[in-house]
Design a protein around this ligand. Structure first.
Ligand code: PNW
Length: 473
């Protein structure tokens, strides 16, 4: 076929898979992972400063002291967001920048940073979405028991109310807490994750190994803190300020999509999230959870449950992978988990089993189980072993494959009428990936950590070409 005939009959790409009008296409980051400036302008230490400074905790011996130096380079980073077409940005606020000791006197220089960042975002047409807790607890509070102490829940509510009061004239959406399940289960016990052919253990700060009863109490405190924050934001924020959680939902995916297996996967999902999303959205623990935990169940009052179940404006969910595939079973509890095949494909991170259908079933079940009015995909993305090519590009074919397949499944959910209002790609740029250090690159922008030079990867070009027609093709 000649070049001429190709021109005469160009391949046409039908733009049919469009997302709802006004869909927020965003990118996400978190404070400790990008800001650096760990002790600048009056900031107090957080548990992540302490943990990363402890030898042996981070795989490459690194820490977040400098990270992406975003604290000083935020203008460049916002203009990067603008250039790759992002319409929204989900960032987190570092609690110990605002309250260096967790409670008491606020530090105005800390708040000023987020105020300047917000102004810069709005000037660039990027909508700010702020997360109030992305794991960097003030060390002073950890020294008093951290999330094992009920006092921390009150301190969090007070901090949330203060930030809402100061920023809600410009920030209209707040996420209370990021990934309850991760920071509690991985931080206070360490978690074994099933992957094809084995398990990997993941730990996060503060790196404790609590027994079940104590762990369940920390879980309870995390959702109580969320509820207190929701109430504080309502009390102190401008009218119309919206808030909700950002949880990494444990999603069970039906291996075969027929009604009985779908129903089984939905029931499994509700139970698998009993201590977090289910109690926040139903205002009570499931019978099965209380029975299963028995003597180790959390201690709580009826008032606690009312606070925990405070109505939210939206449900944010982080979706990276299916927790498991399921099939219906005639044995209780009505489903059984199908282990991932040994050769089941994975992405670069040790825990990252590939299963794009999770991005269809997660919002679908959030609506069917809890009748959510609005849903945000607060994180989705993957790490890759990215290299800067001699021609200056990063050809991250694996990430583009991952995003295209995931977003096709998300589109399918919106086409079915599931109210998904936005999607935040994790992450805007390579950053400090917790215990994996700087080796696991999650960005759609490449970062040379020696020079701080940012280079958009091919996936950033792909992202822009998705945002522009508001469709995944
Ligand atoms: C999330 N898993 O963590 C966090 O919110 C981010 O800070 C982090 O950088 C990002 O995802 C990538 O890891 C996760 O085991 C940790 O499925 C573990 C899992 C998922 C997300």
């Amino acid at each position: 076929m000649s070049a001429q005939s190709t021109t005469a009959h160009p391949v046409s790409i039908p733009v049919s898979r469009t997302f709802p009008t006004g869909f927020f296409w965003g990118v996400a980051t978190s404070a400790y992972q990008i800001e650096g400036a760990w002790n600048a302008d009056g900031k107090g230490p957080s548990i992540w400063d302490t943990y990363a400074h402890t030898p042996g905790k981070i795989r490459d011996g690194s820490n977040g002291n400098v990270a992406n130096d975003h604290y000083h380079r935020y203008k460049e980073d916002v203009s990067l967001m603008h250039s790759i077409g992002a319409k929204a940005y989900r960032f987190s606020i570092s609690w110990p920048r605002i309250f260096p000791a967790g409670t008491g006197q606020p530090n105005s220089r800390g708040l000023d940073f987020y105020s300047r960042l917000t102004d810069e975002l709005l000037a660039n047409g990027v909508e700010p979405f702020a997360t109030l807790y992305h794991w960097d607890l003030p060390q002073t509070l950890q020294d008093k028991g951290g999330w094992q102490s009920r006092d921390t829940t009150k301190a969090f509510g007070d901090y949330a109310g203060y930030v809402a009061e100061k920023l809600s004239d410009r920030v209209r959406h707040f996420f209370t807490i990021n990934e309850f399940h991760s920071f509690v289960d991985m931080g206070y016990r360490g978690e074994e994750v099933n992957v094809g052919g084995g398990t990997v253990t993941i730990e996060l700060a503060p790196g404790l190994k609590l027994a079940s009863a104590q762990l369940n109490q920390v879980r309870h405190h995390s959702v109580l803190a969320h509820g207190l924050a929701v109430q504080a934001i309502r009390a102190k924020g401008k009218t119309g300020t919206q808030c909700g959680p950002a949880e990494n939902i444990n999603i069970y995916v039906p291996l075969i999509e027929s009604p009985e297996h779908i129903k089984a996967a939905e029931a499994a999902t509700r139970e698998a999230n009993a201590s977090y999303l289910t109690v926040m959205l139903e205002g009570k623990y499931t019978d099965a959870y209380l029975k299963e935990t028995g003597r180790d169940a959390p201690k709580f009052t009826g008032d606690d449950l009312k606070i925990i179940g405070s109505p939210v404006d939206f449900v944010g969910i982080n979706v990276y992978r299916p927790m498991a595939y399921t099939l219906a079973s005639d044995q209780p509890p009505g489903w059984h988990e199908v282990p991932f095949a040994k050769s089941h494909p994975k992405m670069f991170s040790s825990w990252h089993t590939l299963g794009p259908e999770a991005l269809y079933w997660a919002p679908t079940f959030v609506q069917s189980l809890w009748n959510a009015k609005a849903i945000y995909i607060t994180e989705n993305g993957c790490a890759a072993d990215d290299v800067l090519d001699a021609d200056g590009n990063v050809y991250d074919t694996d990430r583009i494959m991952f995003l295209r397949n995931n977003l096709t499944q998300l589109w399918r959910a919106t086409a079915d009428g599931v109210p998904v209002n936005g999607y935040f790609e994790w992450s805007l740029m390579d950053n400090f990936e917790w215990t994996a250090g700087y080796g696991n690159r999650f960005g759609i922008v490449y970062v040379d950590f020696k020079t701080q030079k940012r280079t958009p990867k091919m996936s950033a070009a792909w992202f822009r070409e998705t945002v522009q027609p508001n469709a995944v093709v």
